[in-house]
Design a protein around this ligand. Structure first.
Ligand SMILES: Cc1cc2nc3c(=O)[nH]c(=O)nc-3n(C[C@H](O)[C@H](O)[C@H](O)COP(=O)(O)OP(=O)(O)OC[C@H]3O[C@@H](n4cnc5c(N)ncnc54)[C@H](O)[C@@H]3O)c2cc1C
Length: 623
């Protein structure tokens, strides 16, 4: 057992009794609190944002600066991102942070049984119960992610835009503009091409960082195999081997809470009628931590139209309500797992699952049906020791390539393909990545990530209890080509480590594959396709990019929100976060989510101004 492992002691009957007593007291206190609270305060805001994650932070800042004299309530189920002894801001501790129970929703995926693709008479199973971390803290997942800055290829955004003429606002050119506005790229001496494609005045810091020696050896090894060097994965082409840029500033994590939310909180307004002498000044964005939103409140007098008028939430042991002003909106930014859950708990979702959980259906929509993610599989290798420990996340090098759909080693042309579908994230190996190694192990891991998957999963409610986890069905590798593409990339990883200087200077050796008897098969050259499949299914993991569960598409094509991110069949209600991606970007999803939020803020501001004008015209016609 390593020193870091917690000591687990089973609770005895006495402990359990004490726990129950404390729970009872707590419940009694809640009831008393409600009994003594004689007045129900009606909180009213122009906008209510549910979730201070990547999208929520950008929206809060953009709306408060874009519309004069408004107030915004941000409800966040987690706490401030400063409550972690600095662990969140240190890039090198990101692996610890997403395992901190306090900051993670702690989701786990459902068992996935299927037929083997290689030998269909055999049953196969993708690893059971994959931990599925989601940030529960200011900044959401941007406070615990690996900080890799990738936007993905133009193609996926152009596919978003191809869904109809009104979707044109989501094509690559429009999205690129938003990426640039958000970005403050700190690259030293950028060339002209880099200057054209990046932003330098946004609030979101993006930085180059140093590279471990062994990982720069990996860059050379990949070049030896004919993989071209790429000095900007967000440049004109995505393919090649190169060093990532990170969402860091001055060596520290730059979450969206650090840049966008913090800036939003600086904005002050005056209470109407107060003198501008400092008295009556209020912060225009009110962020409430540990506030878990339970459901949307609908206007019951206007049942047919499903008008959202506020939200019900749980905070400090009581259920509270917050409402929106007449021109306001409820904006759900709770991420790809929780946004669909909130919609379903509020009666918007698939009829069957809602009725099975005793929820009245207000609007039938395929909420939760389009769960997209990037499955991945780790290939591990041992090396001579790499003692240098500097302040980095340890995953600095990427190799982006096209896979072979038959599972063969990619050929030279695949390295130059304009639409690569695999990203290999090269990292220093850690025990939490490869359970069979301990702290004294020095090695590297090559994580093959399927950037353009064909298989689609879904999620559904487990119960109507808002504190219960939804059931997450990943459906990884349901389509055979997904499996073969990952196998192809793993085979490429084996070839890379055979190249100098990895094989010579760093003495890198494949550590073998764990067979069903727990033995190491040290030479995988003669692995059959069946062995490869077994290996992939057993070792597959998430790259933490769930999205698509509240799909932006025409309603007739399985959409839940329209091109302006308004929920079909409702009023005053939008969903803005990674859940709206109709197709998953071919890269990590933080920057794309921030981009979606920035563009959505422009749509909201436009609609708000229009409503305001209508009101002014109405008023003047009355006068
Ligand atoms: C471990 C990990 C590593 C990652 N690495 C990278 C990376 O290197 N690069 C990259 O680009 N992307 C990465 N990602 C993915 C990326 O960070 C996310 O895709 C992105 O942050 C999603 O943003 P979001 O706004 O959709 O949701 P989130 O950021 O998850 O925000 C949702 C917020 O809503 C809150 N919330 C949820 N439900 C409720 C409720 N009922 N009431 C109130 N509040 C609620 C949550 O607590 C959370 O703060 C990683 C993610 C993880 C988890």
């Amino acid at each position: 057992m390593s020193q870091r492992d917690p000591i687990i002691i089973e609770k005895n009957q006495e402990d359990l009794k004490n726990d129950a007593k404390i729970r009872e007291l707590w419940m009694k206190n809640i009831c008393d609190h409600d009994k003594y609270a004689k007045f129900k305060i009606k909180e009213t805001y122009d906008f209510i944002i549910v979730g201070a994650g990547t999208a929520g932070c950008v929206l809060a800042r953009e709306l408060i600066h874009g519309i004069p004299n408004i107030n915004i309530l941000v409800l966040e189920a987690g706490g401030p991102n400063a409550h972690s002894n600095g662990l969140i801001s240190l890039p090198c501790t990101w692996f610890q942070v997403f395992q901190l129970y306090d900051h993670d929703w702690g989701y786990v995926t459902q068992e996935q049984k299927m037929k083997s693709h290689v030998n269909p008479i055999k049953e196969a199973a993708v690893k059971n119960g994959i931990p599925y971390p989601r940030g529960k803290v200011w900044g959401g997942c941007s406070s615990l992610n690996a900080m890799i800055y990738l936007r993905g290829q133009a193609k996926q955004y152009n596919d978003w835009a191809a869904q109809g003429p009104e979707y044109k606002i989501w094509d690559w050119d429009h999205c690129l503009e938003a990426f640039k506005v958000l970005e403050n790229n700190l690259r030293e001496n950028p060339d002209e091409k880099f200057k054209q494609l990046h932003g330098f005045n946004g609030l979101h810091h993006v930085q180059d960082c140093g590279v471990y020696d062994i990982l720069s050896g990996l860059v050379d090894a990949a070049k030896n195999l004919g993989i071209p060097y790429n000095d900007d994965f967000n440049g004109e082409r995505q393919n090649g081997v190169g060093i990532y840029q990170f969402t860091n500033g001055e060596g520290k994590r730059c979450s969206l809470a650090d840049c966008y939310l913090r800036d939003a909180l600086k904005k002050v307004e005056f209470h109407p009628g107060s003198e501008p002498n400092g008295f009556g000044k209020v912060v225009a964005v009110d962020i409430r931590s540990y506030a878990h939103v339970l459901e949307i409140i609908w206007d019951e007098e206007n049942k047919k139209e499903n008008v959202a008028i506020g939200v019900r939430y749980f905070c400090n042991g009581t259920v509270r309500e917050a409402f929106i002003a007449p021109k306001g909106e409820v904006i759900i930014c709770s991420g790809a797992i929780n946004s669909p859950q909130i919609l379903m708990l509020s009666g918007v979702g698939p009829k069957e699952n809602l009725e099975a959980n005793n929820i009245k259906v207000r609007k039938e929509l395929p909420v939760g049906r389009n769960l997209l993610d990037h499955p991945s599989c780790l290939f591990s290798a041992k090396s001579t020791s790499e003692k240098i420990r500097h302040w980095s996340s340890g995953s600095e090098v990427g190799i982006i390539h096209k896979a072979n759909v038959e599972g063969k080693i990619p050929c030279k042309e695949d390295f130059f393909d304009e639409n690569p579908d695999i990203q290999i994230i090269a990292m220093l190996l850690r025990p939490c990545l490869e359970p069979s190694v301990d702290d004294s192990f020095d090695g590297i891991g090559l994580l093959s990530v399927l950037n353009i998957p064909s298989s689609v999963g879904y999620l559904e409610l487990n119960s109507n209890n808002p504190f219960d986890q939804p059931r997450i069905h990943l459906n990884y590798f349901e389509k055979p080509e997904d499996l073969y593409r990952i196998i192809s990339s793993l085979k490429l990883s084996r070839e890379i480590i055979k190249q100098p200087p990895l094989s010579t200077v760093y003495n890198v050796k494949e550590i073998g594959i764990n067979d069903e008897f727990g033995q190491w098969i040290t030479n995988g050259d003669d692995l059959s396709d069946e062995d490869w499949e077994k290996l992939v299914f057993e070792k597959s993991n998430t790259t933490f990019h769930p999205s698509g569960t509240v799909k932006m598409a025409p309603e007739s094509k399985g959409g839940v929100v329209n091109h302006r991110l308004q929920v079909y069949g409702t009023k005053n209600l939008r969903v803005i976060d990674a859940s709206i991606f109709p197709y998953i970007p071919s890269g990590n999803t933080n920057a794309p989510t921030a981009m979606v939020a920035w563009k959505a803020s422009r749509l909201i501001i436009e609609d708000y101004m229009k409503k305001n004008q209508k009101l002014l015209i109405l008023r003047s016609s009355v006068i």
